[in-house]
Each structure stands twice: as C-alpha cells, then as structure tokens.
Ligand binder design. Sequence first.
Ligand SMILES: NC(=O)c1ccc[n+]([C@@H]2O[C@H](COP(=O)([O-])OP(=O)(O)OC[C@H]3O[C@@H](n4cnc5c(N)ncnc54)[C@H](OP(=O)(O)O)[C@@H]3O)[C@@H](O)[C@H]2O)c1
Length: 271
Amino acid sequence: MKEIKQTKKYIIPPLGFGTWKLNGNICKESVERAIKYGYRHIDTADVYENHKEVGAAIRKSEIKRKDIFLTTKVWRDDLSKKNVINSGKRFIEELQTNYIDLLLIHWPNDSIQIEDTLDGFMQLKADGIINFIGVSNFTINHLKKVIETKIPITTNQVEFHPSLYQKKLLDFCSKNNIILTAYCPIAQGEDLLIPEVQNIAKKYNKLPSQIILNWIINKGIIAIPRSSNPHHIKENLESLELNLSPKDFDIIDNIGGNNRIVNPPFSEFNY
Ligand SMILES: NC(=O)c1ccc[n+]([C@@H]2O[C@H](COP(=O)([O-])OP(=O)(O)OC[C@H]3O[C@@H](n4cnc5c(N)ncnc54)[C@H](OP(=O)(O)O)[C@@H]3O)[C@@H](O)[C@H]2O)c1
C-alpha cells in the first residue's frame, strides 16, 4: 500500500477503514475482515460505541499492534483538559491497547478554549497514551487558532468527496503541513451515481467507488471508507491499483456541488 510519511519513522496508510454505524458483531467481523484483506488503518470514535469491538478485532488479527494505525476521537462535550485526559485513559482500556496512534478532536466547540483542550492532548502524548494529535470538522479559521498555539497537528478529518470538493481547505492544510483525511469519501454511496464518475469507471473497467477513492488518495489525502459488505471492503482496497489520467482527474475536480451530508446542529462550518 502507498504510504504517507508523518515523521521520518512514522507512516500512515492512506486507505483506512471507517467504522461509524458498525456495532456489535458486525463491527468486529468487518474490522477483522478489513485487516485480513490488508487494511492497516482503522478509524473509530468514542461516540461510535464500538471501541471494544474494534480493539477485539485488532487483537484477534495476527498483525502486530505497531503495524496498525489506530485513530479515535474525543467528543465535543469532553474537550476540557481534565476530560480529554480521562477520555484518553478510558479509550486505551476499551480498545485493549497501550496507545492510540492518533487522537482527534471530533468536532470544534467554541465554548471550550482550544488551548485547554490541546494541553490535555499534550499531556496524553507525554504519557505515551497517544502518538499524534489531530482535529476533525475544523474550518480554516479553527485551524488558524490551532496554528497559533504552535502545537503541531497531523490531520484535519473532514467530509470530502467529488460532490463536496473542499479545495480551499485542502490547499490551506497542504500549506500548513496538515494532512487532510476524507470522511464519507463516497458520500455514503451518493457520489457513485455521478455520470462523470460512472463514465470514467467504464473507461478503466473499474467501479465508481474505486475511481473516487483513487482520486482522493492521489491528492495526498487519506480516505476512510466504511463497509460491512465483504465485496465492498475488498473493492475499496483495490482502488489503490489504478492510474487515472490527469484529464480524468480534472473531470472529477470540476464536478462541483456543495453536497454536505454530515451537518449536525452544533457544527461550526460558518465560523
Ligand atoms: N469525523 C467525523 O465527524 C466523521 C463523520 C462521518 C464519518 N466519519 C468516518 O468516516 C468513515 C466513512 O464515512 P461514512 O461511513 O459516513 O460514509 P462512506 O464511507 O462514504 O459510505 C459508507 C456507505 O457506503 C457503502 N459502501 C462502501 N463501499 C462501497 C462500495 N465499494 N460500493 C458500494 N457501496 C459502498 C456502505 O455500505 P456497505 O456496508 O453495504 O458496503 C455504506 O452504506 C466513517 O465510517 C467514520 O469512520 C467521520
């Protein structure tokens, strides 16, 4: 699998496995299957209520813990320094692991000082509970506040797919050495129906899902599609084995739209 270097020693597999809405046995079996097929990057969150199943699947696999990149997220109500520290400690218990590779602020919360939150993250890092710090659903203005703290963040995980091509945010992240991670990379299935994507898929004899994931990953973005369907899990991984022409990249770049799927009432996208 192609890799994204975070530090000289640390690499993040660009195709991860999303686990939102996967619970109980379906979650455990799907994560086990994903690891068996070759995924080495798993994305979860406290609010997905599946830490136990994700942790059990990783433990059951024959892959060494150090060879799996594990991301989880602290919910927006738990962003005080104290709650961040307590959350990190609880998460490693639930995930049955000694450390988390990447811990994210799941959503910004303007009622809690970012400095206080990041202090908690730095403490978890100093204690060896997490390796990297990241954010999710942050706008450029949120990111500017983080950059002012001088605390380096690894990624901003945001909704990103052909019908929500967030180019300005991507360019800002690239300039500031922040990797973008694309959630809902296939727009929960909606973008598979875009005629331009379908035409390109036919041309390469590939699936629309594979065209979209390849378009994302070749931009240096991490994609974390979720599936509980064994065929889809495998197909998504195979999206890496494809070379789209620059012209086809352009066609997808120009699809346009502002099709935001995840927009809860507490979001701060207008900040
Ligand atoms: N940070 C955040 O706030 C945030 C928000 C949303 C999501 N996320 C993360 O991002 C991950 C991905 O986003 P998502 O789960 O919302 O959406 P997604 O990955 O864009 O789409 C998932 C849906 O697409 C289907 N699917 C997957 N692969 C397919 C394929 N090859 N062909 C046809 N259908 C396919 C799945 O059904 P089947 O199971 O039938 O394959 C499922 O219904 C989440 O699981 C989560 O880890 C983070």
